[in-house]
Design a binder for this molecule. Sequence first.
Ligand code: SF4
Length: 453
Amino acid sequence: MSKTVFIETFGCQMNLADTEVVLARLGEAGWAQVEDPAGADLVLYNTCAVRDHAEAKVRGRLGELKAIKEQRKKTGGKLTIGVMGCMAQREKEALVKRFPYIDLVVGTDQFVHMPQLLDQIEERGRLVATDFGDFEDRLWSAKRGEGINAWVPIMRGCNYACTYCVVPNTRGREKSRPMAQIEDEVKALVDQGFVQITLLGQTVDSYGKTLGDGSTLAGLLRKLHEIPDLKRLRFVTSHPKDVSDDLLDAVAELPKVAKHLHVPAQAGSDRILRLMGRRYTRADYLRFVDRARSRMPTVELLSDFIVGFPKETAADFAETVSLMEEVRFAGSYVFMYSERPGTPSANLEDDVPLVDKKLRCNHLLDLQLVHQGEQFQRLHGTIQHVLVEGPSRNNDQMLHGRNMGNLNIVFPRAGHDALIGSVVPVRIERSTSLTLYGEIVPAESPVELTHVR
Ligand code: SF4
């Protein structure tokens, strides 16, 4: 009988992609995935270290496992506990000191060797494997779930050093995958029915720099665009400094590439951007917005913001608000600054009171909803190219999909399941603050597809 693994993933899309790789390696070694930790031989947590909140959740889970492990032991059974991902990479042996019943701590490069590491703990007992190393090509392949979406990491690590960020410590230096290897993987995924591919990287727009063969993200998009049955291509996350004109030209000119750019601004004040080590100014960011919108008036821009960074004054925050007003993003992820041990900004006093952080966070979230609402209103009556993804999460009488700008659109399901995986015209009828609702335009109606801001 095969051994069973339960895995829970925290954090970003890159972690979810790493989980798919681990499941593929374990599957090859005869492990079966289960959905309940209670019956599993191995419980793995794939962790995030970006905020303390994410780490606290894992600490809670580990606390709960202690009793289960002891209970198993009493009845002659065994539970192996492993922690992988950014928290494992950051804490290393310290994690085992705090939770001595953990069997395996696996870093962000070593997880591809999971079956071998599990064999080693059988022979030698507890193991901490957190060295950075090169991935062998075959180790990148992943076990994908159901659906039309697949996420493909095209690079790992980051060569920036934003002062608040743990990623350079937890994921190491930037490494890009060879273009031919990515192309083969995407072709195989499309053959399996995954028609929407999202390319992943911490600074995805710097793809290719470490390869030294002239590869760029623009070149990769052009190459992948030629795959016949691929319907849509996306990529996340970009750094404002690396969005080249060539990349914007490729996004603008290639019909299958979503007109959607996730380019975190983080703050609107030059003083705070400098303290964050972001290596661009507010004016640089606004120039990027102009370069993008002059090529693609309908492009949807997404941003991340950190509020309450050390030394952020009310005047600094007002500049972030005015940046949001000026750009009017399609979406924003807003986070309160959280000090992370070992990062340069941890040397600065975390001097913005929590109450102010909360007020600033809510202010930006409210503003984003206003901008979103205005934008959604402008879309009423337009017809959007929607790639149908499947049943709506909140109402199984409805289907949902995404337009070219990656906006989520919900419409009646009746008789339309065969359209999952296809691009269909949907007329936008109404919206809430978060969702657009529409109706499929019947095939016999002549339509002019529109996508307006
Ligand atoms: S660009 Fe900055 S925020 Fe993004 S992963 Fe690299 S160091 Fe972290």
